[in-house]
Design a protein around this ligand. Structure first.
Ligand code: I22
Ligand code: ZN
Length: 198
């Protein structure tokens, strides 16, 4: 394969990350504040998304329950993307749209945070999960792309929207991962102090 094409992927990814940094720093810091506040109050974080974003949910939960870069106690975060029995039962008996919202209704409590990841902002099951979370007085951190889609319109002023204004799903996901690592680092810094270089 032409290595120019590969180099172009790296270039576009690097460019988008640098272009996004200034705009995303503020909502990412709001997400850290919201999540750290919830965790400090004994609440938890639930996460949902499809495809690559489902993997991001699991990645995030692993770093909270296990650890990020510092040794610490486990923090409560659950990826709603992993239980195939729940997802196939709900998908089969109700609809695919409800595979996350039913779990939010089952596990979510007021004060918990839903991390909702959708590059289009239009995945029906993620939208339903956000609606269920808001009904339960949870707060939402939305990681989206493009124009934020229908998800952008569901959010309230108490929620946080981290939107990557790019058209390409893969590039958006790559920036989402940087945002997720910033959030993990920010939670560690809120717990232990220090700066991001430590
Ligand atoms: O990872 C990728 C593409 O890079 C895919 O698996 C992608 O996540 C799937 O097509 C998702 O269904 C897209 O959903 P969404 O991001 O629009 O909510
Ligand atoms: Zn992908």
């Amino acid at each position: 394969m032409n290595t120019q094409r590969i180099l172009a992927h790296f270039q576009e990814s690097a460019d988008l990350k640098l272009q996004s940094a200034a705009a995303l720093a503020h909502p990412i810091s709001q997400a850290i504040e919201l999540m750290f506040g919830a965790l400090s109050n004994g609440n938890k974080i639930l996460a949902c998304g499809n495809g690559g974003s489902a993997a991001d949910c699991q990645h995030f939960a692993a770093e909270l329950v296990g650890r990020f870069e510092r040794e610490r106690f486990p923090l409560p975060a659950i990826a709603l993307t992993t239980d195939t029995s729940i997802m196939t039962a709900v998908g089969n008996d109700y609809s695919f749209r409800e595979i996350y919202s039913k779990q939010v209704q089952a596990f979510g409590q007021a004060g918990d945070v839903l991390l909702a990841i959708s590059t289009s902002g239009n995945s029906a099951n993620v939208l339903a999960a956000v609606e269920a979370a808001l009904e339960r007085e949870m707060r939402v951190v939305a990681l989206t792309g493009k124009d934020g889609g229908a998800l952008a319109k569901l959010l309230t002023d108490a929620d946080v929207h981290i939107n990557v204004p790019h058209s390409r799903t893969a590039r958006i996901q790559e920036v989402h991962l940087v945002a997720i690592h910033c959030i993990c680092d920010g939670i560690d810094v809120a717990l232990f102090g220090g700066d991001e270089n430590e």
